[in-house]
Design a protein around this ligand. Structure first.
Ligand code: PLP
Length: 266
């Protein structure tokens, strides 16, 4: 009976909040709700933020983060999880330790580094820790182009560069890699996916001319997490998440004066 009650697909986001509602944990929870899973959240950092940018943030103390993980492990049956903003090296380590302690299913790592407004959401010295300790735990890693450049120490200009960078990322231990082309300057957005078995493909969509793309990466990785928790395979989860984000970007909501949020009801 207890197991039956706990059988509804459950997910976990391990990330930072966005007081402005468009990105981070807020985008994650909304996306997962839309994708029909029940999501929990471990808050790593709290940001003071709106559509104009990140005004301030603070990461939470280790004890409170450890306790959030323990609370979830004691009660829920989480089938897939994701990481977003992790703030600094110390907090990446705290999250890694907890992910090794408990089984929350496949892990999607969105290696959040810099917000669209330019604020650093991950300290520079944390990048090595992400590579060394977090990526080997990842079922999927979803960097955008600047994040992929930082993680691979490569300059990524061409399609061949993206393919090469995906291989370098896979060599860190991340099983599946999706490099998002949204930060490029072409008319089409082309994302490159390299799966664990070596199979690879491109996902292309027309570039939508809008600044209202706040929380795009969070939405994509959350949609993937939800699809995996529902039992879909990795490739299906990636393709469904891409379609979901593409529709959400086409129908953004007019709130705030800057980088507005996506519309999840598209
Ligand atoms: N704030 C938080 C807490 C985030 O996790 C993220 C992205 O992951 C952002 C802000 C940045 O969102 P964007 O770069 O889409 O504006």
């Amino acid at each position: 009976m207890a197991e039956e009650l706990n059988s509804f697909p459950q997910t976990l986001t391990i990330a930072g909040t966005d007081s402005g509602g468009g990105a981070g944990v807020m985008a994650d929870l909304k996306t997962m709700q839309e994708r029909h899973v029940f999501s929990t959240a471990v808050i790593v950092a709290v940001t003071a933020q709106n559509t104009l940018g990140v005004q301030d943030f603070m990461a939470l103390p280790k004890k409170l983060i450890d306790e959030q993980f323990a609370s979830l492990a004691d009660d829920l049956a989480i089938k897939a999880c994701k990481t977003g903003m992790l703030a600094d090296a110390e907090h990446v380590e705290i999250v890694v330790d907890n992910l090794k302690r408990y089984d929350f299913g496949p892990l999607i790592v969105d290696p959040v580094m810099i917000a669209k407004g330019g604020a650093a959401l991950l300290a520079d010295d944390a990048i090595e820790v992400v590579k060394r300790d977090l990526l080997p735990l990842a079922t999927i890693v979803t960097p955008n182009l600047p994040e992929a450049e930082r993680l691979t120490a490569m300059s990524i200009k061409t399609a061949d560069d993206m393919k090469q960078a995906a291989k370098v990322l896979q060599a860190t231990g991340a099983k599946n890699v999706m490099i998002k082309g949204g930060h490029g300057d072409t008319d089409k957005v082309s994302d490159y996916v390299l799966l664990e078995d070596g199979h690879s493909f491109w996902l292309s969509s027309p570039r939508v001319d809008t600044v209202r793309t706040h929380g795009t990466g969070d939405t994509l990785s959350s949609a993937m997490t939800a699809e995996i928790a529902k039992g879909h395979d990795i490739e299906t989860a990636i393709r469904t998440a891409k379609d979901f984000v593409e529709a959400a970007i086409r129908h953004t909501i007019q709130v705030g004066h800057g980088h507005g949020p996506l519309n999840h009801w598209a």
